[in-house]
Design a protein around this ligand. Sequence first.
Ligand code: OOG
Ligand code: NI
Length: 468
Amino acid sequence: MIPAWRLRAAFARRLSGMYGAEVPAYTTLLEVAGEVNDEVARRDPDAGRLGALARVTAERHGAIRVGTPRELRQAAQIFAALGMRPVGFYDLRDAAGAVPVVSTAFRPVEPEELARNPFRVFTSLLTTADRRFFDAGLQSRLEAFLDRRTLFPPELLTLAERAERERGLEPDEAERFLTLAVAAFELSPEPVDRAWYTELARISAVAADIGGVTSTHINHLTPRVLDIDALYQRMADRGITMIDEIQGPPRWDGPDVLLRQTSFRALDEARTFREPDGSVTTGALRVRFGEVEARGIALSPAGRARYDALTTETDRRLAASGPGGPARQDVARALWEAGFPRSEHRLAAEGIGYFTYEPAPTRPRDRRRPPADLAGLLAQGWLTAHPIVYEDFLPRSAAGIFRSNLTGQGTRDAARTGTPYDGHRLSEAVGRPVHDPFEIYAAQQDASLRHALEALGADDALRTLCPS
Ligand code: OOG
Ligand code: NI
């Protein structure tokens, strides 16, 4: 029996092989990411602090987009076979350069599963009922088109159900499952209906990418790198233009938190089109791109609020200084130096970041009793804190990644109201609970803290820090 995590690791590997064969710039990205990771591992004895090098080297995320709740449920079934569950709700319809989708990310949830292989897939659902984008007539033609297509063959879904039920597959079934699953995310050679695709592209390139064709595809695959600034420079040296900025927190000498990402734009790929007169022609579409990311420490809601406030203040200062002013990174760095905890220790003590806790190996041996607050427990050497890696995404960065790959602004009627969507409604669409990422990190942190305090016999701290 091949367990879910081996299926997941094999799926990520095969998808990466397929993508590299079809998108050469992705192969360059992997080479450069590998070089940079090896260099960081050689120079920095702490390189493995946010994930063992073996995990980081194999680590990827991908992204897909689907059109209907039915398709989303089927995708969820395939990911369930791989031990991946929906986590987080992202609404990208309101961000600058809005796109008509709501999203979640399928990923492993348990720490041991993440350590084995953390493969995740950012998955977006087209919001066909959103009147800001689609009028009633277009909505019904779009939904009719989507209802007629089959993204995932029945055999694939049957194998996925079995894999989920039995927590794995026999080797020959696993082979069949993986072959079908990778094929379902390849770019289809099927001719694209020119008139239909163009009609949707006038509204949004994302709407056309999802609803203008009869299949789905992985639109990017993202390796993880330990020094994203070095990678950015080296890609430029190799002649591959990345988007203007690295998204997310600035580079600074405090702790790495959340997620920093950058991408190269989608490149022209030859496609066949069916023209309105019925003839088949060749042309090009830009739908697949490449991205790379550096991951940092997961932040608590308080930490996230601090991050959001710093981002807003960075925007405000940049807007105030106008064109030709300082670079975003420099403005952000100055603000971070003044307004964000500069050490892991302070991130933990202030409840800004998530950590797992253990009794310190060299804790005080005198008769002192452990204090009842986290700052004291850390400062006096009772506990050690190990950072929990951020395993999720950032809506603003995601919108930036979408936007950088759109041609044209599209059209959106801001005067109309959108269909309300939240994590709960998305759970109904997926047919499975969409997990709250904060709850996952907090549960891991709290369990480790309780365990550590019990081992120390720190009763006062247990009562204040772990009330049950
Ligand atoms: C997904 C974009 C979001 C990320 O890393 O934030 C994303 C898409 O383009 O479909 O992958
Ligand atoms: Ni991405």
